[in-house]
Design a protein around this ligand. Structure first.
Ligand code: PHE
Length: 343
């Protein structure tokens, strides 16, 4: 008896599910509602009526099964009604402007870094990476930076608490040391990366910035190789119309050392009131020199047999000069109005 009822109910449920699946409009929904739940002769209603005829024994069991069907059907009606309504009211209005889906892009400093790397890769250099946390030995001592040098002062360098002789590297030059300790010449590398100095942020300083270092060591390398390399880099990066000049400089790890200037990218030396070069016609762009024999010796390379040159530049500074960006902090403010002009 109950089994038969169960079978019947299952059939109704199946038929109903098939039918409701086809319903897409309010009108058809009403029709189906009437068919199943109208007070007069809805299929489910009929079942309810017939309950009365059942004996006391079966009534509660049959009632439960029928109620379940009724609830299922009502819930489904509600669900479908909701979905029909949402389609009616939330029709797409094709005349409205599209949402502005912004697409991610690389940061200007990544782009400049890649541009510099590409130029040197084309000149046959390899890329070498070091560590941002360095030993004082690699960062200073091996680079011939004397014990009393002011850069070693706590005011200038971040020392790592509780770790003796451990600092955040102040330049990418310790990568020279790491690389020369592990490789025999010929050596031809550039090493890009972050460096850290205890500077107060202002228009030209931030405590973290990026450098690219270059190192070439081989037999018979002289200053003209350095000049030729930097000239070809600067002309590729800034354009063939840019001149460069070498001024005597001082770095403990190169001898002789030279600061390199490029002709002003804005006025080419023609505007005495130029905002960028201040009328001098020149912009300082990088440090360079011939690798100090002591540095080679510290890495077990014989300076009688080998010589080399090195150079180092600030990525932010180069980007500022290339695009006339007035303040280094703009790279880190994450203002999308600024960043989206590049990349
Ligand atoms: N390491 C130097 C600096 O941070 C730059 C440099 C690199 C100079 C290599 C000469 C040779 O200022």
């Amino acid at each position: 008896m109950i089994d038969e009822l169960k079978k019947e109910i299952e059939k109704v449920r199946k038929d109903f599910l098939k039918e409701i699946d086809q319903v897409l409009s309010k009108e058809n929904l009403k029709k189906l509602r009437d068919k199943y739940t109208s007070r007069k002769n809805g299929i489910v209603t009929e079942f309810m009526h017939n309950l009365k005829k059942l004996s006391k024994e079966y009534k509660p069991i049959a009632g439960k099964i029928i109620n379940e069907l009724k609830l299922n059907i009502e819930n489904k009606f509600k669900e479908v009604e909701k979905s029909i309504n949402s389609k009616v009211y939330k029709k797409v209005d094709y005349s409205l402007p599209d949402f502005d889906f912004s697409v991610g892009f690389s940061h200007i400093l990544s782009d400049i870094g890649t541009e510099i790397e590409d130029i040197f890769l084309n000149l046959g250099y390899e890329i070498a990476y070091g560590f941002e946390v360095e030993s004082e030995y690699n960062n200073f001592t091996a680079l011939n930076i004397a014990e009393h040098h002011p850069a070693r002062d706590e005011h200038d360098t971040f020392f790592i608490k509780d770790f003796e002789n451990t600092i955040l590297r102040t330049h990418t030059s310790p990568v020279q040391i790491r690389y020369m300790n592990e490789h025999k010449p010929p050596i031809k590398i550039i090493s890009p990366g972050k460096v850290f100095r205890k500077d107060e942020p202002d228009a030209t300083h931030t405590p973290v910035f990026n450098q690219v270092e270059g190192l070439l060591v081989d037999k018979n390398i002289n200053f003209s190789h350095l000049k030729g390399t930097l000239e070809s880099f600067i002309k590729s990066f800034f354009g063939g119309n840019i001149d460069l000049r070498f001024r005597p400089g001082y770095f403990p790890f190169t001898e002789p050392s030279a600061e390199v200037d490029i002709s002003c990218v804005l006025c080419f030396g023609k505007d005495p009131d130029c905002k960028i070069c201040k009328g001098t016609g020149w912009l300082e762009i990088l440090g360079s020199g011939m690798v100090h024999p002591k540095v080679l010796l510290n890495c077990n390379i014989n300076p009688e047999e080998y010589s080399g040159f090195a150079f180092g530049m600030g990525v932010e500074r180069i980007a500022m000069l290339k695009y006339g960006i007035p303040d280094i902090r703009m790279f880190y403010d994450n203002d999308i109005r600024f960043l989206s002009q590049f990349g």
